[in-house]
Design a protein around this ligand. Structure first.
Ligand code: DQA
Length: 153
């Protein structure tokens, strides 16, 4: 059986993890997050595509790629979370194609500045995991592995 495909996508400034506001985001680098998600993916029998970009158009292109592969998506939209309707519309394609999209955040945006309380992505995500540092990515993978995919529409 082909392993279940999952795109793990991270948005702007997340390439700076490790040195970016470590009191908020922790000391793990994105390479550390990639390594731990990759090893958990192997245990769970998932085939991962792990990518980061600062570019909105590139991120949307990767979501289209996931839609075309009918892959599930774990997405940390970073600051795009709070205002990118274009990204939201791309995310809606994932769930309407019958795949799952988990919104993840290292920090808990609801406990931070007011502008972070709004997620334009949350309404089209299957679910959201926030506030567990780098473990948010691992928890999202476990959620995908544990809960079944919805029936094909
Ligand atoms: C973040 C939270 C966002 O508000 C912020 O813009 C980020 C990171 C998180 O993972 O906690 O860049 O998505």
């Amino acid at each position: 059986m082909t392993p279940h495909r999952v795109f793990v996508l991270s948005g702007p400034n997340l390439g700076r993890l490790g040195t970016r506001e470590p009191e908020v985001y922790g000391s793990a680098t994105l390479e550390d997050v990639a390594a731990s998600t990759q090893s958990q993916a192997e245990e769970l029998g998932l085939s991962l595509e792990f990518r980061q970009t600062d570019d909105e158009a590139e991120l949307i292109g990767w979501i289209h790629e996931a839609v075309d592969e009918r892959a599930d998506v774990i997405l940390n939209p970073a600051a795009f979370t709070h205002y990118s309707y274009a990204l939201r519309d791309a995310c809606a394609l994932v769930t309407s194609a019958g795949a799952r999209l988990v919104e993840v955040h290292l920090s808990n945006p609801a406990a931070r500045e007011e502008f972070r309380h709004t997620s334009v992505v949350g309404g089209v995500a299957t679910g959201t995991i926030a506030g567990f540092g780098a473990d948010s990515y691992l928890l999202a993978m476990q959620a995908l592995a544990l809960s079944g995919r919805p029936a094909t529409p």
